[in-house]
Design a binder for this molecule. Sequence first.
Ligand code: PLP
Length: 431
Amino acid sequence: MRPPSVDALARSLVDTGLPHPLLVAAARKAIAEAASDHVSDHHIVDRARQHAFVSKRAMLQPVINATGVLLHTNLGRAPLATTTEAVYTNLELDLVSGERGSRHAHAASLLAQLCGAEDAIVVNNCAGAVMLVLAALANGRGAAVSRGELVEIGGGFRVPEVMMQSGAHLVEVGTTNRTRLGDFTTALNNPTHNIALALKVHQSNYRIVGFTQQVSVAEMASLEVPVVADIGSGLIDAACPWLENGPPIWLEGEPAARQCLDAGAALVTFSGDKLFGGPQAGIIAGQAHLVRQCAQHPLARALRPGGLVLGAVQQVALAYLNRNPQAIEFWRMACISPAHLQERAEAIANRANHTTAIRPTPTTAITGGGTLPGVEIPSFGLVLDGNHAAALRAHSPPVVAHVRDDCTWLDLRTVAPSQDEPLTQALRAMA
Ligand SMILES: *Cc1c(COP(=O)(O)O)cnc(C)c1O
């Protein structure tokens, strides 16, 4: 019997919505497998459909985050609304003078205002921000860091490795658990180190407890070199003036850009897609002459974001300045009351009308993304017996859930209300 033609097989998959060349690839793969495995025509069609399905699943697409992890690294950290219209922007045009402008004039100046900084610049991510600061201010010189802060943030961001790439020499001071201001002054007084700056790195994703001592930004500010604080997590202001009820308790102790600068940091660096709630970006804010040195370094060109990202950062910065947390999806989700989530959980459980019981249940959400380790946010969701993670992921749109103790847990804090209906359908489809 002759195998089906590649073209006929590809055309039989057109309902998948994939472009023809991808369907041809799926068809070829299935036919090649059939030749070696001796499978029937019927199975060739099935296999081709499976290959098409796999290539469709590999594409970037919206998912329902039912994990309760607000900044889930695998799900792109902070959720973000984007517009898709094709438009030109005044990215590098000064609309007042008609002269060439700077792409750092829009979002960055709003960020500076927000953090109480003289100036700011936006780059691709926080790793890039730290790298640029070190390259611009400490190339060929020493940068002093406490041994307790030589951290790995995850995804391979290791402070010592970033420093090496920047051309700055790492000068470790203190010990893993205790560092004193005197450790910094000793290093600064050693001319062979030729120290250009002192770096404070926030221990974003772990805690050192017990017999510990750290040097605060305020103490470090008495040193003769500029202090750079890599706060990473991107909290703009510890007072959270954009929230009607002030800072939630789970934020306690989290360093914030405005307070670090007030305490004497010359520069702060942070991520755009963590607690800031924006797109992937890195922000450098602080003293104007140091920000300028960063902006003028050749690496700034390699690390600069495009108009899409800068537009999104600007939109988030405006929402902060307007004190409108509803317009920042991270803060909207982070601040919903568990009682409200409970109502939604009960409505979904009723409508899903499932053969296996779906039980509304209290849950605990976390911020995630390497921020606030151990901090739990009371939340509400649904629990089902058994492991349904793969079935939920196979749904369209995919639903990502947690499996624990042979139960599947769905936390509603990270599910947008507009996703309740598709989530209900995913649960119904599992019956
Ligand atoms: C997350 C984090 C980074 C890395 O940020 P990216 O935006 O992912 O590059 C760097 N430093 C600290 C302290 C962080 O928490």
